[in-house]
Ligand binder design. Structure first.
Ligand SMILES: NC(=O)c1ccc[n+]([C@@H]2O[C@H](COP(=O)([O-])OP(=O)(O)OC[C@H]3O[C@@H](n4cnc5c(N)ncnc54)[C@H](OP(=O)(O)O)[C@@H]3O)[C@@H](O)[C@H]2O)c1
Length: 321
């Protein structure tokens, strides 16, 4: 497993990290399988874990907390997130900071996450939604600064709304943001335009999330696919959207090099970018952990392949699921 520097925080983290949303409540989750997969990932050298208080209302954090106890000697980095107090994803510019991230709530949510994870300090606390309208508001800035000074958190990050990679640039100017988490994959390449250069200049770590476009870039999805009621993927891959997504996946198949799987290509595309500090595939199955972690072998993606992948950029605008 290769490691990378996590921005100006200076931590060395595994370049393939672990996303823990699915195990918090996507249909088909099995807790025993999830914790076994986490244990296995740690044994294989994975050191970066991304969860959130909202994932199963603390369940994902609690599963990670169980696993952390078993690996006290590993130098593991844990990132979690404060959900919006108004319960609305994503944040839009009309929302008042008071309704989404008031100072007392920022602290209260952090204390709940500390308990769920069973740690004294959170390595990286993140806002789960953001609008740059709030960037200059000193109330969130002070609340975050207080958490850092009281050592309840070591670093602070913002998880940027899906497909709005520039809706954070003003917040980065405050100097308080140590990391951003952004959707970056073969389809969603536009963080490269403005966000990555800004992060490079300021020493801000980049967490690349949703590497498989919630599953389409694994190449395993089929027309007419549905999930049990309540699984949010029924919205993301709704019947009006799925055909267009699968059409693009089919086009991509022509550019998958011989001997390489689509998930491997998806991860190699992201790792080819030195601005990325770590990529966090969502995984519940050990087989997925095994195949995804194996990609971190230091072998670069051939430049002609990378060039061809540029043509698969897909600029999407936000839809409210
Ligand atoms: N707003 C936010 O802050 C936000 C939003 C979305 C995601 N995230 C973070 O980013 C992480 C990653 O995103 P995601 O989990 O939503 O989506 P993703 O990583 O794009 O896709 C996850 C899906 O891919 C499957 N998968 C993983 N490896 C595979 C492989 N080698 N072959 C075939 N299938 C494979 C997983 O299956 P199994 O689960 O069955 O193993 C799961 O169904 C999340 O877990 C979360 O930590 C944050």
């Amino acid at each position: 497993m290769q490691t990378r520097r996590f921005g100006r925080l200076g931590w060395q983290v595994s370049e393939v990290g672990y996303g823990l949303w699915g195990m918090g409540g996507w249909s088909g989750s099995d807790d025993t399988q999830s914790v076994d997969s986490l244990d296995y990932a740690i044994e294989q050298g994975c050191t970066f874990f991304d969860t959130a208080l909202a994932y199963g209302d603390g369940k994902s954090e609690q599963l990670l907390g169980q696993v952390l106890k078993r690996h006290p000697r590993h130098n593991l980095t844990v990132a979690t997130k404060i959900p919006p107090k108004n319960g609305k994803w994503p944040a839009v510019s009309e929302y008042r900071l008071d309704d989404v991230f008031p100072a007392d709530y920022i602290r209260e949510a952090t204390e709940t996450s500390l308990k769920n994870l069973g740690v004294e300090s959170i390595d990286l606390q993140q806002f789960h939604v953001w609008t740059d309208e709030w960037a200059g508001d000193e109330r969130w800035q002070k609340a975050v600064d207080d958490l850092k000074r009281q050592k309840l958190i070591k670093g602070f990050g913002i998880s940027i709304n899906r497909w709005e990679p520039t809706n954070v640039l003003r917040a980065l100017d405050t100097g308080l943001v140590d990391a951003v988490q952004v959707v970056y994959n073969i389809f969603d390449q536009n963080p490269e335009d403005e966000l990555f250069p800004a992060c490079r200049e300021k020493g801000i770590a980049v967490i690349a999330r949703v590497p498989f476009d919630e599953g389409s870039l694994t190449g395993t999805m089929t027309h007419g696919m549905t999930w049990p009621q309540g699984d949010w993927r029924n919205l993301y891959f709704s019947p009006d959207k799925l055909p267009a997504i699968l059409h693009r996946v089919e086009a991509l198949r022509h550019d998958v090099p011989a001997g390489m799987s689509m998930p491997e290509l998806a991860l190699r595309f992201i790792l080819a970018n030195p601005d990325v500090s770590t990529v966090i595939p969502g995984m519940r199955r050990k087989l997925h952990v095994e195949t995804n972690l194996r990609v971190s072998d230091g072998r670069p993606l051939a430049s002609d392949v990378l060039e061809r992948l540029r043509a698969h950029r897909w600029v999407r605008t936000y839809f409210v699921p």
